[in-house]
Design a protein around this ligand. Structure first.
Ligand SMILES: [Zn+2]
Length: 296
């Protein structure tokens, strides 16, 4: 089954709901970055949260989530857009910690408990919107929830989870985001919060074969859920050799000449997707010419 996200509403539109199966997306990220289990879960949860946030913006508009905690995983960065594409990386993909006291993957241990959770939204306006909150948990679902409540003043509940197999491959990955609109009935909010407290992890529900639609039905119980949109999601990076060439040109002629003298070639690696781009000595010489033009 291919990954997809559903957008829905309930309680006459006072509650918006999103759910996503991102198993293949997180699996692709795990393979590209050769991520070990704890790093995979931390990166995967960030990718899922980014997809959920990204599903609230239009087409090409982007959302970048940066999590800079004090754990061994280092920074985690993910960028998504309104079309369901997401890319991302974790600074140290090789973190594998013992399970935590609950017998779960210790994401908090990899992320840390102190640091900054920030989101930048590029909505095609002059200035991108940017907000940040402190890391409150390091388990990430709570951090997304806290960010939305404090920075965007949207009472929400975000659940993100990744089930990693014993061979480090991704078994299932997914999440949900429930948002209360202004005017939502307080009893409704309380009842939902109560249900969410006792909700099994999304990755477990996916592992049982539940679809994103069925996960929302499960969350809302007897309340009908109206599905508004179903959108495919995928790991997709927008890097290209041209983009890295522009980066080399911007280094300037001296720097390019230094690379030619020392290495006679250059290899650029995309941090987001691990794709490699090679530049021969001839190509570097051409880029140097471009840099000369740029200077005059
Ligand atoms: Zn890339």
């Amino acid at each position: 089954m291919n990954d997809y996200l559903v957008k829905a509403m309930a309680y006459r539109g006072f509650v918006r709901a999103y759910a996503v199966n991102a198993t293949q997306t997180v699996s692709e990220a795990q393979k590209r970055h050769d991520a070990w289990n704890t790093s995979s879960a931390a990166l995967g949860r960030t990718l899922i949260g980014s997809l959920l946030l990204g599903s609230t913006v239009k087409g090409d508009d982007t959302i970048t989530v940066r999590i800079q905690g004090d754990g061994p995983g280092g920074a985690i960065i993910a960028t998504s857009n309104g079309s369901g594409d997401v890319k991302g990386y974790i600074q140290n993909p090789h973190v594998s910690l013992p399970l935590n006291e609950q017998g779960k993957i210790d994401v908090q241990g990899a992320v840390g408990t102190q640091g900054i959770f920030s989101v930048t939204k590029d909505l095609g306006l002059k200035e991108p919107f940017s907000g940040q909150t402190p890391i409150v948990s390091g388990e990430l679902g709570e951090d997304f929830t806290y960010y939305l409540a404090v920075s965007e003043q949207t009472p929400s509940s975000v659940g993100v989870s990744v089930l990693v197999d014993t061979d480090d491959s991704i078994k299932t990955a997914g999440g949900f985001m429930i948002q209360m609109m202004p005017g939502a009935d307080e009893e409704v909010v309380a009842a939902l919060e109560e249900r969410l407290q006792h909700l099994p992890k999304v990755s477990s529900m996916l592992d049982e074969g539940k679809t994103p639609e069925e996960i929302l039905d499960f969350i809302f119980g007897d309340e009908p859920v109206a599905i508004l949109e179903k959108m495919p999601v995928q790991f997709k990076c927008d890097c290209s050799k041209e983009r890295f060439a522009s980066g080399l040109i911007s280094l300037g002629t001296q720097e390019i000449q230094a690379i030619i003298d020392e290495d006679h070639e250059a290899e650029a690696v995309c941090a987001f997707c691990d794709n490699k781009y090679y530049f021969t000595e001839q190509e570097l010489a051409e880029l140097k010419q471009e840099a000369v033009k740029g200077n005059t």
